[in-house]
Design a protein around this ligand. Structure first.
Ligand code: HEC
Length: 163
């Protein structure tokens, strides 16, 4: 049986438009979820920091920052460990700037026992190692805040290191 082209087109669209589950005249009338229609799932508290953080540190005065850790045997030990993880390759096992990686830097890593370093406050050193300066890498993302303060206690024990 031959069906004419117009009846064929008509029955094709009729089949689509009147088939069950497709009884919407317009595409905008359908059971979809519209933007902003659902309520957002409740957010856990505290995922977005509103204080502290790197920008607060950047905006602060370095010499006004205080070391929150007391200088005790345990913070010194924590600092020594952190030094061994994060600083030793550049500043060397004795803190004199003779680390193997550091030798490719110009200027060379500082001798941490030098009076130019030891003469600075804890806050100034914390600010510099956190945000970087000159050729120094910024370490805020690599070394936790507690370890950065602890490492400064350890630096104080390097006062006697000679270049
Ligand atoms: C990738 C190598 C590298 C690493 C890792 C590194 N330093 Fe340095 N450090 C340097 C270099 C290079 C300088 C000299 C930078 C300059 O004068 O431009 C320096 C200088 C310093 C100074 C001297 C600051 C001043 O005012 O002169 C301090 C303090 C210091 N580093 C502490 C640290 C501590 C603490 C760590 C580990 C948490 C550390 N550094 C990790 C390379 C490094």
């Amino acid at each position: 049986m031959r069906v004419g082209i117009y009846p064929a087109i008509f029955s094709f669209w009729a089949a689509i438009l009147f088939s069950p589950g497709c009884d919407y005249g317009r595409m905008s009338d359908q059971e979809s979820i519209r933007p902003y229609e659902t309520r957002l799932p409740p957010m856990p508290e505290g995922p977005i920091p509103r204080e502290g953080g790197i920008e607060t540190l950047r905006a602060s005065r370095p010499d006004a920052l205080r070391n929150p850790l007391p200088s005790t045997a345990s913070s010194l030990n924590q600092g020594k460990q952190a030094y061994g993880h994060y600083c030793i390759m550049c500043h060397g096992p004795r803190g004199d700037g003779n680390g193997t990686v550091g030798q490719s830097f110009a200027p060379l890593p500082s001798n941490l026992g030098a009076s130019s370093v030891q003469g600075q406050s804890d806050g100034e050193l914390f600010y510099k190692i956190s945000l970087g300066f000159g050729r120094h890498p910024p370490l805020a993302d690599t070394v936790s805040e507690g370890d950065r303060w602890a490492v400064i206690h350890y630096l104080r024990s390097l006062r006697k290191v000679k270049p």
